[in-house]
Design a protein around this ligand. Structure first.
Ligand SMILES: [Mg+2]
Length: 226
C-alpha cells in the first residue's frame, strides 16, 4: 500500500483524519442551529435550513472554516461554544500508535489543517497531540484553504518538503486532488471520518478505515542480538 522507505514527510489533516469528525458535525449541524435558532426565535429545523444555505455558499472557501467569520455573521460566541462542547473531541483509532511509530522511524510529521487557529489550539490542548508534530500549519496563516489552487506550492515556500517523498492523509477529496495537482506523490483518504455516519469511498484515492492498515513495522529493540 505504501513503502515507508519512499517517505520523509508525513502530513496529516486534523478533523476527520486524526480526530473524529463527529465533534464538528455535531457542532455545526446540531449545536449551532439550535443556539442560533434560540437567538433569533425560530426552531432548530428552520435555523438549520437557513444555515445550510450559508454553509453551501461558502463551502471550500477559507471563511467556511473561520470562527471569526461565523461569530460575526451569526452573532454567536463560536469559540466559547466550542470550548464548552470540548468533551466530544476524540481521536480516531490508532492515531497515537501511528504517530509514535513515525517518530521512531525518524519521519518528519506535519499537521496541516483548515481549522481556525482557535479551534486548532483547543483540539491540541484537549488531545495532547501537539508535541507529535514538527510543524503545525493552519491554512488561515497562508490565506488559502488547502483545496484552493496554490496552497501546497505556497506551503513549500514557507517550509521545505519534497512532494515526491511526502504522504498526505486527508478526509477531504478536494484537498487530496489539489495536493496531487501540486505534486504530492502519496495520498490517502479516510473511510470513516465521522464514527457515527456511514463510510465513504472514492474511485481515485485509497481510503483507510483504521491507521493500523498502514502502520510502519515495529523497529527492533536496541538490545537485539546481544
Ligand atoms: Mg478533514
Amino acid at each position: 500500500m505504501l513503502n515507508w522507505a519512499d517517505v520523509d514527510t508525513v502530513m496529516f489533516d486534523m478533523d476527520g483524519t486524526l480526530l473524529d469528525l463527529h465533534f464538528d458535525n455535531y457542532f455545526w449541524e446540531t449545536l449551532v442551529p439550535r443556539t442560533y435558532g434560540q437567538r433569533i426565535g425560530i426552531d432548530a429545523d428552520a435555523a438549520w435550513a437557513q444555515l445550510r444555505q450559508h454553509y453551501h455558499a461558502l463551502h471550500g472557501k477559507l471563511d467556511w472554516y473561520c470562527i471569526d467569520f461565523w461569530s460575526d455573521k451569526l452573532q454567536l460566541d463560536i469559540q466559547g461554544m466550542k470550548n464548552a462542547a470540548r468533551d466530544k473531541i476524540a481521536l480516531r483509532p490508532n492515531v497515537l500508535p501511528l504517530l509514535s511509530r513515525l517518530q521512531a522511524h525518524g519521519k518528519t510529521v506535519w499537521l496541516v489543517t483548515n481549522a481556525h487557529p482557535g479551534s486548532l489550539d483547543l483540539k491540541m490542548q484537549h488531545t495532547g497531540l501537539r508535541n507529535h508534530f514538527q510543524h503545525t500549519v493552519s491554512s488561515h496563516d497562508l490565506g488559502l484553504a488547502k483545496e484552493n489552487a496554490g496552497f501546497w506550492t505556497t506551503l513549500r515556500q514557507l517550509e521545505h518538503y519534497d512532494p515526491e517523498r511526502t504522504v498526505l492523509f486527508d478526509d477531504n477529496f478536494n484537498v487530496l486532488a489539489r495536493a496531487r495537482a501540486e505534486g504530492i506523490r502519496h495520498l490517502f483518504g479516510i473511510t470513516l471520518p465521522d464514527s457515527q455516519r456511514p463510510p465513504v469511498q472514492h474511485e481515485e484515492f485509497i481510503c483507510l478505515h483504521d491507521f493500523e492498515q498502514i502502520m510502519p513495522p515495529a523497529l527492533e529493540t536496541s538490545d537485539h542480538g546481544r
